[in-house]
Write a protein that binds this ligand. Structure first.
Ligand code: HEC
Ligand code: HEC
Length: 473
């Protein structure tokens, strides 16, 4: 090797070492919880190139052809004949082309009911990634010493004396151990299984409005699914309407569990976790800010790392929080000034009505496919991620931009909650721990970077990317 080549190689080695040492840091604005990653030169080098320094083999749910039961459930999921109007199926609100979230062009809530004109009161959640949803509990381990199930009221009593750990990306284990409500389905966790869940919308008068089990059973018996019903559940399946409906719901639940379209894990982030995709520099910065306990701190609640047993992250810890989002005047129910959707303590959930410490708490949703939504938070008050980020960062710094004023000119912060429950709103976990006059947790540029990262959570088939429109606050 001649001298020139040796110098060239030497320079290359020095260049690589320097890039390795400083390249990663140049991209990072502040220390982050994945510090142990980026403090390693090799890791920073990989990261600086947008690569995952620690690719993981993730365990996804097994995929097999649908069982006959799930196939029946699929037929029912798309069948409008069960609804009172004859026009609405599960898929009308949970659009398969939209990650089973609300269809394009819909408002903050969906219409339904006998004529299709009654309005719901909550934004429609995506039905993707519910396959690991734990049942509703208030303690992380709801089993007592002798493996007896501890009742909800016993759990509440324990929780009242427990200190709540701050939720930080740095220690999600501590916050997971918090004695706080978690798990369950619906935005208030009021049911535990997909099967229990499905007859809610079916009989809800402002949703499918199917009337009585007797009506539904009759339609099923006369319809094209009848032979499959008899084959799967026996010849007497139509003898008892409650039984018929319950089997139908079981089938719909099987469809949601078995069909891979409910948990495709086909996002760019999944590919990145597996070491098969690279972040753009903007996505990488967004990823780091999302995970930085002093900046976004988003991952404290929207868990972003694979589980210890190598399951892909679902971007929720399934815990309930009160964030105090602004009231949405576009929800007809809100025209009544005394109506409040209080989440855990009612009106749709009824067993925690007296537990006022839980008023205003809603479940943390997954952020997978959030970038395709047009209605954000339980009341659908925001329409795009730009508005969401702006509110997260400025809720307490510039509340006057999001909340109305009373007659004296004072801003009514958290105006979608009665005054006595506003103290339940989370004001201690970053990014909510800033006070007026302090610097914002994320600059506008950093907010855009976080959005770029959230866009990497969109599944390959969920292409309903909203146009990024500037916020008009
Ligand atoms: C009119 C619109 C509409 C229809 C039709 C509808 N849903 Fe829903 N669905 C919603 C809304 C709104 C929620 C959230 C309600 C709440 O939290 O109280 C929801 C919640 C759910 C959830 C819980 C999701 C979660 O994140 O916990 C499941 C599962 C679900 N629906 C399945 C179904 C099935 C199955 C059908 C058909 C039998 C159906 N839905 C029909 C609007 C609808
Ligand atoms: C303390 C826990 C917590 C932290 C920290 C947190 N979130 Fe959330 N997030 C929630 C909860 C709870 C909701 C639902 C609140 C509601 O509907 O009233 C939510 C809702 C959302 C939604 C709406 C999703 C939908 O389907 O409607 C988005 C988007 C979101 N969060 C993004 C973020 C980002 C980005 C960050 C970091 C800047 C962040 N969150 C930090 C708990 C948290």
């Amino acid at each position: 090797m001649n001298a020139k080549a040796r110098i060239a190689i030497g320079m290359l080695i020095i260049f690589c070492a320097l890039t390795a040492l400083f390249g990663g840091y140049a991209l990072i604005t502040s220390p982050i919880s994945i510090q142990n990653w980026i403090s390693q030169p090799y890791t920073s080098f990989e990261l600086a190139q947008g690569k995952n320094p620690h690719p993981t083999q993730l365990i996804e749910p097994p995929s097999a052809p649908l069982s006959a039961m799930a196939q029946l459930g699929k037929n029912l999921f798309f069948d409008p004949s069960l609804s009172g109007s004859g026009k609405q199926s599960c898929a009308s609100c949970h659009d398969p082309h939209n990650a089973y979230g609300p269809p394009n062009g819909s408002g903050p809530v969906m219409l339904g009911g006998p004529t299709g004109h009654s309005s719901g009161a909550r934004a429609v959640p995506s039905l993707r990634y519910l396959y690991r949803q734990p049942p509703f509990t208030i303690a992380p381990d709801p089993m007592g010493d002798n493996d007896t199930v501890v009742s909800l009221s016993q759990q509440i009593a324990q929780a009242e004396h427990a200190q709540r750990a701050q939720k930080s990306v740095r220690n999600t284990a501590a916050s997971a151990a918090n004695l706080v409500p978690q798990g369950g389905l619906f935005l208030d966790g009021r049911v535990n299984t997909l099967q229990e869940q499905a007859d809610g919308p079916l009989f809800n008068p402002v949703e499918m409005d199917a009337g009585t089990p007797a009506r539904v059973a009759k339609i099923l018996e006369a319809g094209s699914h009848a032979p499959l019903f008899r084959q799967l559940f026996g010849p007497s399946v139509f003898d008892n309407p409650n039984h018929t409906v319950s089997e139908a719901m079981f089938a719909i639940a099987r469809y949601q569990i078995e069909d891979p379209s409910f948990h495709p894990f086909s996002s760019k982030y999944d590919a990145w976790l597996a070491g098969k995709a690279r972040f753009t520099p903007t996505e990488l910065r967004g990823y780091l800010l999302f995970n930085d306990p002093n900046k976004g701190n988003c991952a404290a609640c929207h868990l972003s790392q694979p589980t210890p047993n190598h399951r892909p992250p679902l971007f929720t810890d399934t815990q309930f929080e009160a964030l105090g989002v602004p009231r949405n005047a576009k929800i007809p129910a809100n025209q009544d000034p005394d109506y409040y959707d209080l989440g855990l303590c009612g009106p749709y959930r009824t067993d925690l009505h007296d537990q006022t410490q839980y008023c205003g708490l809603f479940i943390t949703p997954s952020l997978r496919n959030a970038a395709t939504r047009h209605a954000f938070f339980h009341n659908g008050v925001f329409h795009n991620l730009t508005e969401v980020m702006d509110w997260y960062v400025n809720r307490d710094l510039h509340p006057e931009r999001f909340y109305p004023k009373d007659n004296q000119g004072n801003v009514i912060k958290y105006n979608d909650l009665p005054e006595k429950y506003r103290k339940n709103v989370d004001a201690f976990d970053a990014p909510f721990n800033r006070h007026p006059g302090e610097a914002a947790a994320l600059t506008p540029q950093e907010q855009r970077q976080v959005i770029a990262f959230i866009q990497t959570l969109t599944d390959a088939d969920a292409t309903n990317q909203p146009k990024a429109s500037p916020t008009n606050h």
